[in-house]
Design a protein around this ligand. Structure first.
Ligand code: SAM
Ligand code: SF4
Length: 415
């Protein structure tokens, strides 16, 4: 979500005539778009803010902005802690910065460039905030309650992106599959996917993150039947133990989650599933942790994002539950999840060797083209041709746990 917010702010600034600076030292405006979902994310922002003190002393005319989830309603505390910051902006509250940037740019230059350069793949936020209040999570406190964007507005947004060269959109929400419940007529995500699927020029549609408790059959069937909607679902499970899930207030049991995965896999053959796991949540003993490992072995996800539990002060878990798993133990559990998943991902990816897959080319990584399958597998290949934004067939020759490598027919005229 932060990436999407930053990208949209960058486009707005480009429309005002600004360009990307290579280094903070060269920039007129420096924006730190902060995430505070875990302590280590917050620490990175704090370190960067402290590094920028010297720069601000040298260049007091540069505008330093702290945006995103670190900025809550109590801005006064932030102002006294970081007096070198010029503007504090709450998540997506970029208007004040854009007004300031407009004044600055009209004072300096008349050279307005109206069209930002768009990448082939981009994010489209469709629902902001979250109503769920999982006990460990700070998001609802910082991003507020769920607010869906009107369907017509999203369609118009996507049409504009396609005119700018975008080929794939990823619809975003903390809880993307609760889209629409607050809109007149209550359109849902399946309805939105159906509308977007009809737009000419759009090649692929993705969405994330889905909450297991809001994943209904209508949405599963929409993914199965709509040709532009990719076979990839992000479905965070968080833990394999029912007691922990209850303490997290996730709203489902492992039995319900397992049944959902079976339903998705039987409706959408070859679907890729990714999940999120938290290790070391309060009172997660070895037996409870073992249930998470067992679940990962049983369900064999394509990708697992694993995080060590990090108490966030405003949350229910931080206030009511003791953070009683030692940091070294959390780290050990995190490594165990990573090891198991590395092996599962390597085995799942090995099945692609010898197959031809359709990829959408996103950009370059060093000398190679970086692309993705519909199932979100990263694929690298060589080609002297300009492949950016193209849908191509790649023959997979090698597979590792994190990516596939292949050969593309367009290199040598084989296609
Ligand atoms: N809405 C999604 C969901 O239902 O899981 C995920 C959004 S959350 C911002 C992204 C991920 O961060 C979560 O899936 C969770 O694994 C992790 N996370 C959130 N709060 C955390 C915390 N206090 N400690 C560790 N990980 C956390
Ligand atoms: Fe946080 Fe996701 Fe739970 Fe919302 S659904 S509170 S964003 S973990």
């Amino acid at each position: 979500m932060n990436k999407a917010d930053s990208q949209r702010l960058a486009w707005d600034l480009e429309r005002l005539g600004y360009q990307h600076a290579q280094r903070a030292e060269e920039a007129d405006i420096i924006v730190l778009n902060s995430c505070v979902v875990r302590q280590n994310a917050e620490d990175r922002v704090l370190n960067k803010l402290s590094d920028l003190k010297a720069l601000k002393r040298k260049r007091p005319d540069a505008t330093l902005v702290l945006a995103g989830c670190m900025v809550d309603s109590a801005v006064d505390g932030l102002k006294s802690a970081f007096p070198h910051v010029d503007l504090f902006l709450r998540p997506q509250g970029f208007d004040e910065l854009l007004t300031h940037a407009k004044d600055l740019s009209s004072a300096q230059t008349q050279n307005i460039s109206p069209t930002p350069s768009l990448p082939p793949t981009t994010f489209v936020p469709i629902i902001q905030g979250c109503n769920n209040f999982c006990t460990y999570c700070i998001v609802p406190y910082r991003r507020g309650r769920e607010k869906s964007r009107p369907l017509a507005e999203i369609i118009c947004d996507v049409q504009g992106l396609i005119q700018g060269g975008v080929k794939q959109v990823t619809l975003l929400g903390q809880n993307v599959n609760s889209y629409g419940h607050d809109l007149p007529g209550k359109p849902d995500l399946a309805d939105l996917l159906r509308e977007l699927n009809q737009i000419d020029g759009l090649a692929r549609i993705r969405f994330l993150t889905s909450h297991p408790k809001d994943m209904d059959q209508k949405l599963i069937e929409a993914v199965a039947s709509l040709d532009k909607v990719c076979e990839h679902i992000s479905l965070p499970v968080q833990s394999g133990d029912n007691e922990i899930l209850k303490a997290m207030r996730r709203g489902y049991t492992i039995e319900q989650y397992r049944e959902l995965v079976f339903r998705i896999r039987s409706a959408i053959p070859d679907v890729a599933l990714s999940t999120d796991v938290i290790v070391g949540f309060p009172n997660e003993d070895l037996e409870r942790f073992r249930r998470t490992l067992d679940l990962l072995q049983e369900l064999r996800f394509d990708i697992v994002h694993v995080a060590a539990y990090s108490p966030r002060s405003a949350t229910i878990a931080a206030q009511r539950l003791e953070d009683n798993v030692e940091p070294a133990e959390k780290k050990g559990r995190l490594c165990q999840v990573e090891e198991i998943q590395e092996q599962i991902a390597a085995e799942r990816n090995a099945l692609f060797v010898g197959q031809a897959v359709e990829v959408l080319v996103e950009g370059r990584k060093g000398s190679r083209w970086q692309s993705r399958t519909r199932t979100d597998k990263l694929v690298f290949f060589d080609s002297p041709a300009d492949c950016l934004g193209q849908l191509l067939q790649v023959d997979i020759e090698h597979a590792g746990p994190w990516s596939l490598q292949g050969k593309c027919g367009v290199d040598n005229g084989e296609e």
